[in-house]
Design a protein around this ligand. Structure first.
Ligand code: ZN
Length: 144
């Protein structure tokens, strides 16, 4: 784990200034592995918090308005859990690809995804071009 925020920033800087030859070397692989694992832990902690929130029963009979807001809260929690669950699957996939040594390369064209994109979106599996192309295709399918 990173001891403080500064070393995280320094690592990021080092990665951004690295040459193409350094792409996904041991340092970068470790950096993204730790980043993904930290993110995963955060989500898992969130998830266990959500579960205990959902299990907590109100100690009184809520009136109509309270009930409505409780139900709304409940469905928001469920939506969030669903999003987090999907995200966790993505994170696990990215971690797998790190162990298999093919993290950071586009699953469609095989080109490098690039550290800039991965720093913003560590779970990216496609390069920017392929992702954009897919999104255009998706929109097209949805329209027709
Ligand atoms: Zn690509």
């Amino acid at each position: 784990m990173y001891e403080n925020k500064k070393s995280l920033e320094e690592s990021q800087k080092q990665i951004l200034n690295a040459t193409e030859d350094d792409y996904m070397n041991e340092f970068q692989m470790n950096f993204f592995k730790e980043k993904l694992q930290a993110w995963k832990n955060e989500l898992l902690q969130e998830a266990s918090k959500t579960v205990s929130n959902l299990q907590e029963e109100p100690g009184y009979m809520p009136d109509q308005n309270d009930r409505a807001s409780l139900e709304e809260e409940f469905s928001l929690e469920l939506k969030k859990r669903d999003r987090d669950r999907k995200l966790l699957i993505k994170i696990n996939k990215s971690l797998d690809s790190i162990y298999e040594d093919d993290y950071g390369y586009c699953t469609t064209c095989g080109d490098s995804i690039g550290v800039r994109r991965l720093l913003v979106r560590p779970t990216a599996t496609q390069c920017f071009d392929c992702k954009s192309l897919d999104e255009i295709k998706e929109k097209h399918i949805r329209k027709s």
